[in-house]
Structure formats: C-alpha cells, structure tokens
Write a protein that binds this ligand. Structure first.
Ligand code: Z57
Length: 807
C-alpha cells in the first residue's frame, strides 16, 4: 500500500540535476571530463527513472494489496519508441529536464537524440499495442503487457541507389536504463523436447498526470542452468554450449514481416515461449494472492493481439488441466471466460496456419489439446447443423488437404468470449467474410472497437508548438480528454487564431525540412504542400499508385502546366523478402533522383524517400503533413492509425473508403476530406464480373504515358527491365486495383491542388480536422475494451505529491 500520510517530495528540477551528477559517478563510473553525450543521456534517464520508481512501486503495491482485476495484453510486438521524452511529459518534467541539462552545458534535444528506440514491432499492430499500454496506465487500469524482449528489433533501413538495404538493430548494445531484470520470475517452457527458460524484464509504462505506472513484461530466452549436463559430463562441452546458444536464439530477433506468415519453426517457438511464460506468471500472481486457480478468469482478462499469441487457448487449458489438476469442462469455461481476441487483417497471406508436423514436433501436448477442443466443437456443430459437412469443414480448427494445418484464427475464435475488429468496416467485413460461418454459430461473439492513438506521444510530445497553442486556446484538458478538441471548432474561422495555427504548422514543416536535408541531402521548400505517405511498404497500401501519380505530375509540369509546388514524401520499410515492395522503393528512389535535379520542375516538385521510418522519425513527420495519403484498396486496410496521427495534427486526408478513413471522414466532415476510389462493395461486384486493368488503362492517355516513361528506363538509368515486374503486374492482373482507382485518384489530387491555392480555406479545414478527431484517442478505444470486453475498472494509485500539470 502507498503510505497513508504522503511525505513531502523535494522540488523535482533540482532533484533531476543532483541525480544526474550522482549517476555519472555511481552508474557510469566517470568524471565529467570523460563523460560522453551517451553517458549524459543514461544519467538523465536514470534520474527520471528514480523519480518514476515511486509511482511504479506504489502501483505494484496497490494492485497487490487490493487483489485487483487485471487486464493482460499479449502481443508479439510492442513498437514502443523512445521513452525519455514521453516519461518527462507524463511526469510534467520536460521544462525541468531542459533546465537540468542546461546547467550541465547540454541540451535536452541532444539527450533525446541519443536514445535508441526499442523497435520491437513491424508497424501498426505493434504501435497499437504501445499506444494501448500508455492509455491503460493513463486510465488507471490495472494492466500488464506481455511480450518478447527481442535482442534485435526491426531492422534498420538504409537507402542507396538500389533501394533498401537492411542492417541489424542492436538496440541493447549500450544497455537499457528503462528495464529491470527480474531473475526471480522466470519460467520453463518445453519446446520440441527441450526446456527453455524465460526471464522477465520489466519496463514501467507511466500514465499521464496520474500516479499509475503499469508494467510491460518482456521475456528473454535463457538456457537452463544445468543445460545439457549429460553431454557436458560425457565430454561434449561444445555441444552443450551450442545447445545453450540455440535456446537463447529464441528471443534474438523480431521477424520483419508485416501481414505475411512464413510458417517458420522459430516463430512458432517464440509464440509458445512468451505465451507460456506469461500464463505461468499469471498463475504465480494468483497463487501469491491466495486465489484458487478456478478463479483465474475473475482475476485476469487476456487480450490476444492478433493470432500470434493464439496458442494461449491450448496452453491455458494445458496448465489448468496438467499442472493445476482442473477437469476439462471447468478448464474450458475458465479459458473462454478469460480470453478475447482482436483480429487485425483480412489478408489471406497474413492468416496463420501451422503445419501439423511442425506442431506435433514442437508442441505435441498442445496439439493433442487442440484436437480435443476441435472434436468437442465439431460434435456440438453436428447436432446444431445436421447434414452440413461442408460447414463443419469450413469451421474446423484443422485445415484438411495434403498438408493439414492448425488454423490459429479459428483456435482464437473458438477459445474466446469476444472477437473484435479494429474499425467499423473491418468488423463488418469480418462477420460477412472471414468469420461468416462463425458469426452464424455465435452472432454475439463479434464486435467492433475502432483503433485509436495516444495524444500524449502523437501530439504533446511530437508537436509541442501545437500543444502550447491548444493549451492557450482551449485549456489543457484535451490531453486526457481528447474530445475537448471540439472547443476549437469556433476558432476555425477566427483570423487571429488561424494565423497562429499557420505559424505552428510552418514550424513543424521547417523542422521536417531540416531532417530531410540531414537524412537525404535534399533541400525542400517548407512552404510547398507536404504530401506524405509513411507506412509499411505493401502493394495493398498502393505506394505504387502514389508513385504513378507523381510521374504524371512530372509529365504535366514538363508540358508546361501550372501546378502549386509539392513535396511528396515517402517512408516505410519493406519486408526483406518481399521483392515487389522493394521494387516499389527502388522506383521511388529512381524517380527522386531524376525529378529532384530536373530544372524544368523549377521547384514545383520534389520527391523524397526518408530512410528508416520509425516511431522517432514519425514524431517529426506527422506534425508536418499537409496531405495525408491513405489510399489502400477498399476493404484491405483493417484500420490504419497513421491516418489518425496525421489528421489529429491538422493534415487533410486524401483517401479511399477503407478502414478508419471512413470514420475519420464521417467525423471531420466530407468537405474536409478528399475522397476517391471504388468502395469495397463496388470492387466485390467488379471482381464477380472478372477484373482486368486494360480497359481502365486504354482510356487513360496520361496513365499510359507515365507507365511508358517508367518502362523506358527514364528512372533507372536506361534499364528497361528493372521495373518490368511491377509494370507487367499492374497491366495484367493488377491485384490491388490500381488502374480502377487511378483516374479518380487524379481527380481528387486536382481538387487538392485547387484547395491548396486558397490558403485561408485550407487552414480552416486543417483546424477542423484536429477539432473533430478527438474520437481517435486510444483512451477511447481502451475505455471500450475495459467496459465491454475486460470488465476492468480503474484503480487509482495514491500519489506522493500532486504531479505538476504539463507546461
Ligand atoms: C499489422 O501491422 C496489422 C495487421 C496485421 O494483421 C499484422 Br500481422 C500487422 C495492422 C493493420 O494492417 C492496420 O490496418 C491496423 O491499423 C493495425 O494493424 C492495428 O490494428
């Protein structure tokens, strides 16, 4: 419990400075004369950590003594981004930290730049998990995040003349001041007949302006102490060490695929590894609080972030039955009362299905349990739907055929009490397509919770000038209650306010221009329209459609057309094995090389590929976006969250009716959104009649000219073959319907050009985007999960002193 009489706390700015000096000596073992910038960064972080430890320890005490119901979020990815600035803002200490740095002859900016980001995720799914952790803490919800402490996060991307090059991300190489190892909390996991130990590493997740600091618990793989002692005794020392290395590779590296399942054995091992450790940890907590195992579902709600942790259904059954002696039926009630599952995609290539052979080798007992779950499930179906074997085959947890597979999505649906999609359209399509049969069986199991993003990182931290303007104009409440942004609406027509708004936007664009200069060497005009598409490179997101549009613009400018100046900025990683995505990057880089030096452009078109898109870089980009490109093929982007970050910071969207774009448009108003493209329904109808891109292309002289120019080698130093795979694909099957949407995309882009020319109106639309985006706070998403799925209530943590409100 927190102490009943709060002790007075020392002034925090002074405490920071003193703690930095102390840590230089006691943690870094250096004098000021030898200290590097990185040493100072570590000292500042440790000083901040000292301050937040009070909240962290008090939070754990409160949760333990009050036996609180707890939400656990299981995710193979947490794309956290740097901690330091976020923690400073949450503690209301940014100004104090800046002052402490200055007292030491440093700047806060150089400290922040030193922090390597924990890139333990690929894209939207991992970043969502990170936003959710922060919102759970801010809403004072008892929660634990469970995942993997990858030693190497998402690869670092460099861009050369041949496109993407990958290198490793050794983010832990210089230590990590934000984690605490808990060797006393480690658990054995049996995989393929060998035991691996998972050791807990805890990172505090601070709530904003509250005393709550929740825990993100990541598992690191270790060989058992007495590892392969038998072979060691037999003199085969090297073999023993090799085995040790093998088990420790489990948490070595994050698989760099977003929305592609490769069926790799190490990946399945990672999944059972972190899921089993997490569930064993929950049993340990239960036991330490004297709660019987049959109350598991009252103590814990477990959210599965996609199917990566879906093995939890079988593993929880195994632990209940084999380890804790519970009977099958009771175990099954507990499991389904505990688990719920979020689906994040409809793309078939992303749906996990593990070959039975591999499963049997690695996890024989869990497979046996899955078979039993399936047998019981199919039995009830046979009674409810007699004479429909095809229905049973479609619903089975096992995919039949020459290579039988375990369908992880089916395991997740059967083992959960609730299944949710991540935007209205996505959740509807889930019920109509992917899970249509399940929706017949259990219509009430399916629901929607639209994604959100945290306004702390994505507004307060990323865009301090905008935050200051908001504080001044509508008060400081928006940061915890993002709906308050509504108060901006009347200011959208206030000339004085619009001028300040413009000033804030210019600052952000100048800042990004400086980053672009540093990272690419290209000078861009901060007064030009910043047209931005940053996200993973994937054909369904259609970066190649945006690229075609840029080539068309280039042709029109060369032909003498008068178009307002634009800077088109791309960023994003391609999975190292995804050739088409890498070719798209290569095309953009080739275009940039030619267009940026063409004097005929006369400063009216610049193309930039910003290397190594990351959370850190995102924080610089999102505030500077004028036009947000959200152009996926309708029905394919489950939600999108970058769309929310941009709109929140005052960007206008050009987008399709896909994912959360639809809900953004509904809220900001159709006058303040550039809509184009076929709807998911229209595309389905087109598909039924057989789609071919040629008829669309034949009537489109400009598109043809653009494709011919690319094919001529204009952007590849005369190489006519380089982009052939991309162009041939577009002109033959065009799986993502680029040609069907290209003409309407151009029309919408022309509307953007005209709208941009009326600067006053553009500013007003920009304000209205921010004003009407409050719904897309991850606080709102988490409130919905807590109320409708987890049934967890806030548990305030007693504060040592009132945390100062942010400046
Ligand atoms: C991933 O980043 C997403 C879905 C997946 O199935 C995998 Br694997 C990775 C993304 C969706 O593509 C986005 O549309 C969505 O906004 C995000 O998950 C968070 O829900």
């Amino acid at each position: 419990m927190a102490s009943p009489t709060p002790a007075p706390c020392p002034p925090k700015g002074q405490a920071l400075l003193e703690a930095m000096r102390r840590h230089l000596f006691s943690s870094q073992a250096k004098s000021a004369s030898l200290a590097t910038i990185h040493d100072h960064y570590v000292c500042l972080s440790l000083a901040v950590r000292d301050i937040l430890l009070t909240s962290w320890v008090d939070t754990a005490d409160t949760y333990t003594s009050q036996h609180v119901r707890t939400a656990t979020y299981m995710s193979a990815e947490f794309l956290l981004g740097p901690h330091l600035e976020n923690n400073l803002v949450s503690l209301g200490l940014r100004e104090e930290a800046a002052a402490a740095c200055e007292a030491l002859g440093l700047t806060l900016e150089e400290m922040l730049a030193e922090e390597p980001e924990p890139g333990l995720g690929n894209g939207g799914l991992g970043r969502l998990a990170a936003c959710f952790q922060e919102s759970m803490a801010t809403l004072e919800l008892p929660a634990i995040g469970y995942g993997i402490r990858y030693e190497f996060g998402i690869f670092r991307q460099q861009i050369g003349p041949n496109g993407q090059m990958e290198s490793t991300d050794p983010w832990l190489a210089r230590g990590n001041p934000w984690e605490v190892i808990r060797p006393e909390w480690s658990y054995p996991v049996l995989i393929g007949g060998q035991t691996v130990i998972g050791v807990a590493y805890d990172t505090p997740i601070l709530g904003y302006g509250v005393h709550t600091a929740n825990t993100l618990r990541l598992w690191s793989a270790q060989a058992p102490d007495a590892f392969d002692f038998a072979s060691f005794n037999a003199g085969d020392y090297t073999r023993a060490v090799l085995h040790k290395v093998q088990s420790e590779t489990l948490s070595k590296v994050l698989y760099p695929n977003d929305e592609l399942e490769q069926g790799k054995r190490l990946r399945l091992s990672q999944q059972i590894f972190f899921v089993s450790c997490s569930l064993q940890d929950m049993f340990r907590i239960l036991g330490s609080q004297g709660i019987p195992v049959t109350e598991f579902h009252r103590k814990f709600a477990v959210q599965l972030n996609d199917t990566h942790p879906a093995i939890a259904v079988a593993e929880l059954m195994r632990l209940l039955i084999d380890v804790h002696g519970v009977d099958w039926d009771t175990a099954w009630s507990i499991t389904t009362a505990t688990i719920s599952y979020t689906n994040h995609t409809l793309l078939p290539e992303a749906l996990e299905a593990w070959g039975l052979e591999l499963f049997q080798q690695l996890l024989p007992r869990q497979l046996q349990i899955i078979f039993e779950i399936n047998a019981r499930f199919l039995r009830t179906l046979r009674i409810r739907f007699p004479g429909q074997p095809e229905l049973l085959e479609r619903l089975s947890l096992i995919e039949e055929g020459p290579h039988r597979k375990v369908r992880m999505a089916h395991l997740a649906v059967v083992g959960s009490h609730t299944v949710n999609g991540v935007a209205e359209l996505h959740s509807r399509l889930l019920k109509e397509n992917l899970f249509a049969d399940f929706a017949r069986v259990w219509p009430d199991r399916f629901t929607n919770i639209t994604n959100g993003v945290t306004p702390r990182r994505w507004l307060a931290v990323a865009n301090p000038p905008l935050a200051a303007l908001l504080n001044d104009a509508i008060g400081t409440d928006w940061c915890r209650h993002l709906d308050q942004l509504r108060k901006l609406e009347p200011l959208a027509t206030d000339a004085g306010f619009l001028e300040r708004w413009q000033g804030v936007r210019e600052q952000a664009k100048e800042r990004l221009a400086a980053t672009i200069r540093q990272d690419t060497g290209v000078l861009v005009d901060p007064s030009s329209l910043f047209d931005v598409q940053v996200k993973r490179i994937h054909e369904y997101k259609r970066q190649h459609m945006a690229a075609l549009q840029v080539v068309e613009r280039y042709l029109r400018l060369r032909a003498g057309e008068d178009l307002p100046p634009r800077t088109v900025i791309f960023g994003g990683k391609a999975a190292p094995g995804y050739a088409m995505a890498k070719l798209i990057i290569r095309l953009i880089v080739g275009m940039a090389e030619i267009i940026n030096i063409d004097p005929a452009m006369d400063g009216r078109l610049r193309v930039i590929f910003l290397p190594n898109f990351s959370v850190k870089l995102g924080q610089k980009i999102y505030p500077a976006v004028d036009l947000s490109e959200q152009i996926s093929t309708a029905g394919m982007e489950a939600s999108g969250t970058g769309n929310m970050k941009m709109s929140l910071n005052g960007a206008l969207t050009i987008g399709t009716l896909d994912g959360a774009n639809i809900e953004i448009r509904e809220r900001v108003g159709d006058d303040n959104f550039f809509l184009f493209g076929h709807t998911a329904e229209q595309l389905a109808a087109i598909n039924r009649n057989g789609y071919h891109p040629m008829p669309w292309l034949e009537n489109d002289a400009l598109a043809k000219e653009a494709i011919d120019l690319i094919g001529s080698g204009h952007f590849s130093e005369g190489d006519r073959d380089l982009f052939h795979p991309l162009l041939a694909n577009l002109c033959s099957s065009d799986p993502f319907r680029v040609m069907a949407d290209l003409g309407d995309y151009r029309r919408a882009q022309n509307e953007v050009d005209s709208a941009w020319c009326d600067a006053g109106r553009w500013s007003m639309m920009s304000v209205l985007n921010t004003a009407r985006c409050g719904f897309f706070s991850s606080d709102r998403s988490i409130q919905e999960y807590a109320d409708r799925i987890w049934k967890v209530a806030p548990v305030p943590v007693n504060a040592c002193s009132v945390i100062p409100s942010p400046s």
